[in-house]
Design a protein. Structure first.
Length: 377
């Protein structure tokens, strides 16, 4: 550990829990004698850029251990599956090892099995927003493992949005993989902190261990998208607001070069929306743009819209941005509509996505975005 901390000080790198686990020779020696499972995807790497699946498998192999057993959440090990799509079992091209999916039906797959593993290691990157499914999958997997007398090791990572929180906790009847934790929509926690809110110890002799991450410092690499549509760091900054558009007929840019950094729709008054956004004090700015998405009903069609980016040296309030956008679109864009739930279920998609029905109800009643945000505070 001392050598790694000296490296961190020299390069001023932000270390993840994975880096600290790999440097803990005593724990690695113990894991080499056990069958280890790893829940991860290729967005997770060491501070030097080695993907987690390869780094841990090689480290245990060098210590005399056998191959690890890989598990993956939504989007798959290679982050190649679209949001909500069932992820099938497959192979990890980096290690050649089989990968077992924990995401097939919008929840932890009932058919998923941990086989004969003795320790489950979890290393996933969250984005600080409740509806992002990695942390919920990690929590369900950790709980299931502990109940099966399997030790759990969580390799923590920093929350890219920091410790601030915005929005209400979910209504109890809205709990799902999108609203799994009883926390604000923008929650301000790391994955290990989220798991601590709901994990209950399993059998007495199963252990639960967390390797912490640095919450400040410089990453040693360029941008690694945590999921396919978050291809730019500005998209993570705005995600908590723009993801709400996915429950409407307005595009948030998914499938375009400005995914989760834009708003677009046929006949959208981009100039008026740009001027309005400048008055909202959300820490984001915008400019008119033409957005061409490669998916959805308007695939390949250039649409009027705006492109959004975070302003330097200003506090970012992404959920406030999203509520203001919904309020403006509801009042000013005549073709705006809420999308229904899929799979023949009654209700509005926004209620499940946000975990709270009063957002839609208040916007429909003409309550202002500022009033809605104030009520939650």
């Amino acid at each position: 550990m001392q050598v790694l901390e000296q490296l961190n000080e020299h390069k001023r790198l932000a270390l993840s829990g994975l880096d600290r686990l790999l440097s803990d020779n005593e724990t690695i020696a113990g894991l080499a004698k056990r069958q280890v499972g790893l829940l991860t995807n290729h967005a997770c790497t060491t501070c030097e850029g080695v993907p987690t699946s390869r780094a841990l498998n090689n480290k245990l192999s060098d210590a005399g251990g056998g191959p690890i057993r890989l598990f993956t959440p939504e989007h798959g090990i290679q982050l190649s599956m679209r949001a909500g799509a069932a992820v099938n079992h497959g192979l990890d091209p980096l290690t050649g090892l089989p990968v077992y999916s924990l995401y097939k039906h919008g929840r932890l797959d009932d058919d998923a099995t941990f086989g004969h593993i003795e320790t489950l290691v979890i290393d996933l990157r969250d984005v600080g927003v409740r509806c992002y499914t990695y942390a919920a999958t990690a929590a369900q997997a950790a709980q299931k493992a502990l109940e099966q007398n399997i030790d759990v090791i969580v390799c923590d990572r920093a929350n890219p949005l920091g410790p601030g929180a915005e929005g209400p906790c979910p209504e109890s009847e809205r709990r799902s993989l999108l609203a799994y934790f009883d926390i604000p929509f923008v929650h301000g926690h790391t994955i290990s902190e989220l798991l601590a809110t709901c994990i209950t110890q399993g059998k007495d002799d199963a252990s639960y261990l967390v390797y912490p991450a640095d919450i400040a410092g410089q990453a040693g690499l360029g941008w690694i998208p945590p999921s396919p549509a978050l291809s730019h760091p500005d998209a993570v900054a705005a995600y908590a607001g723009l993801v709400l558009l996915e429950a409407t007929n307005i595009s948030e840019g998914r499938g375009s070069s400005a995914s989760f950094r834009s708003v677009a729709a046929p006949d959208l008054d981009a100039l008026s929306l740009t001027a309005a956004l400048a008055e909202w004090n959300t820490g984001f700015a915008a400019a008119p743009a033409v957005i061409t998405s490669m998916g959805g009903d308007q695939a390949g069609q250039p649409l009027p819209g705006i492109q959004i980016w975070p302003q330097r040296n200003m506090r970012k309030k992404p959920l406030s941005l999203g509520i203001h956008l919904l309020s403006w679109l509801r009042q000013e864009h005549s073709d705006f509509s809420w999308l229904p739930l899929q799979k023949n279920k009654s209700g509005s998609a926004i209620d499940n996505l946000f975990g709270h029905s009063d957002l839609r109800e208040k916007l429909n009643d003409g309550v202002s975005a500022d009033q809605i945000m104030a009520a939650w505070r």
